[in-house]
Ligand binder design. Structure first.
Ligand SMILES: [Zn+2]
Length: 179
């Protein structure tokens, strides 16, 4: 479940065209061929996290602050107004795969939220294995690697949680901006 299958990529590409048009997000020009992960997390395979881009624009983003800001804004926009794909000629298998990636992310976020609301924090270790267990139980899919990458997303500066350490120097997750 970590990398989308070839079939899933073809489907994601079609949906990105339906949502954004054909052109590259970054330079606005046609002829782009790659799918870019907006938050650079290659295991975050939610549809919201993909855009079409040129290979060279995708590489340029590594050092181009404007492109990085465009990516952050686009991801926020996609999350705020989720794209509803038209269901015609959708590969069942590919769309299921993408839905599971999205559902698993939501399960993980909910799990971290519940734990941090109840206990004030959750250890990174418990978050990793607890959330993976929840995903396996609820969707039938879940891998530690995938959860780990989503935990990095959930504790990124834009996200509602942050990674820190307790008094024994163990990594924990707490809610950001808690009073
Ligand atoms: Zn481009």
């Amino acid at each position: 479940m970590n990398q989308p299958s070839h079939k899933a990529k073809i489907q994601i590409n079609k949906w990105c065209i339906q949502r954004d048009g054909e052109n590259c997000l970054y330079c606005g020009k046609p002829g782009c061929k790659v799918l870019d992960h907006l938050n650079d997390n290659r295991n975050d395979n939610r549809l919201e996290n993909f855009v079409r881009a040129h290979y060279h624009c995708n590489i340029a983003k590594i050092h181009n602050i404007d492109y990085q800001v465009m990516a952050q804004d686009k991801l926020r926009q996609n999350e705020q107004w989720p794209f509803i794909p038209t269901e015609d000629n959708t590969s069942e298998e590919a769309s299921t795969e993408i839905k599971i990636a999205k559902t698993n992310f939501e399960i993980q976020e909910q799990y971290i939220l519940e734990k941090t609301l109840t206990d004030g924090f959750i250890t990174w270790h418990d978050a990793l294995y607890g959330a993976t267990y929840k995903c396996k139980k609820l969707t039938g899919y879940g891998s530690v690697q995938c959860t780990r990458n989503n935990l990095y997303t959930l504790t990124s500066p834009e996200a509602p949680f942050m990674k820190t350490k307790d008094k024994n120097k163990k990594p924990i997750i707490v809610r950001r901006n808690q009073n």
